[in-house]
Write a protein that binds this ligand. Structure first.
Ligand code: SF4
Length: 313
């Protein structure tokens, strides 16, 4: 998943009276970069799966569903603080795991409280989507849930199994197509370097295949990091993991982009973890992006890459 620690979020959103902001968050709190100006509302704490080998976002939190009364109170307090709120992001890791009834209840309260509300979004796991019927998804969409962020990480089943993602190519494709058919927009994330040297090619090719099937509105990539140390991550691979070098990471990106076939997807690899910053609309900008990758691979010594000290990890 793409994430930004939101410790300072409300200072950016409400710069002049941040000390009066009404919500006491249960930290750590994460949100996608594009939700910097949204009201963040924690419906759940932590992640209900919390077993991915590469992720430490909620390692310190036990998954919990928050009480409806507490959520309702926070909506009321936020309404008094700023009734003109336009965007709301439902946290934590997968607020979409909640039943459709609970989500509908929150969406209705938000709609009544914020007359200018344009969009509600949340992180979701494919299994959370599959638990809801087509009709439920359509009703959620009709009541304001317009965007889901899904860390698909890879389209390669062997690799998804190694990193304990709890999803497969098919489960992810089925779930995300179901959400799209209900009119919900999708922002998906792929993890560059997830399989190291041995899985690099199949990771790039199968991830592109999966993204092509989904045709999401937004696609971004992050670079794998080792929150629990490289040795811990390697255990998942029975010692069969060799991290990619910077240039190999960029070569993998090239193969991934080369295999993408998208109608109209906004693509970003500008997260703090990325060495090479790429932005464009796919397929329209595919040749330009591939040329940028080729330039780095041909002349790495002249490449303009994000230095290690600027990678916000
Ligand atoms: S599902 Fe997402 S938040 Fe949960 S452990 Fe995996 S990557 Fe982390």
């Amino acid at each position: 998943m793409i994430m930004v620690d939101t410790k300072f979020n409300f200072i950016r959103v409400f710069p002049y009276i941040c000390c009066m902001f009404p919500i006491q968050y249960n930290e750590p709190l994460f949100r996608p970069p594009s939700e910097a100006r949204s009201l963040i509302l924690q419906l759940t704490l932590g992640c209900s799966w919390n077993r991915c080998a590469f992720c430490e976002m909620y390692a310190a939190k036990k998954f919990k569903v928050r009480r409806s009364e507490d959520i309702a109170q926070e909506i009321e307090q936020s309404q008094r603080f700023d009734p003109m709120i336009r965007k709301v992001f439902l946290a934590d890791g997968n607020a979409f795991v909640l039943s459709s009834e609970k989500l509908m209840d929150v969406l209705k309260k938000l709609k009544v409280s914020f007359p200018k509300l344009m969009r509600v979004s949340a992180y979701a796991l494919p299994k959370d989507i599959l638990l809801k019927s087509d009709d439920e998804l359509k009703k959620l969409r009709a009541n304001g849930l317009k965007l889901l962020y899904v860390g698909i990480e890879s389209g390669d089943d062997e690799l998804l199994g190694r990193v304990n993602k709890g999803e497969t190519f098919s489960s992810t494709a089925e779930a995300l197509i179901k959400a799209r058919n209900a009119g919900i927009k999708l922002s998906v994330m792929v993890l560059n370097g997830l399989g190291g040297k041995n899985f690099s090619e199949q990771h790039a090719i199968n991830s592109a295949l999966l993204v092509n099937k989904i045709q999401p509105e937004y696609l971004s990539t992050l670079v794998l990091s080792f929150p629990f140390g490289e040795a811990h991550f390697k255990k998942q691979f029975n010692g069969d993991f060799q991290a990619l070098s910077t240039i190999e990471l960029i070569a993998e990106m090239g193969l991934f982009i080369q295999d993408l076939d998208l109608e109209k997807t906004i693509f970003r690899s500008d997260h703090a973890s990325n060495y090479l910053i790429l932005k464009g609309i796919l397929n329209k900008d595919k040749d330009v992006l591939l040329e940028r990758v080729r330039n780095v691979l041909d002349k790495p010594e002249h490449a303009s890459l994000r230095p290690e000290w600027l990678r916000g990890l």
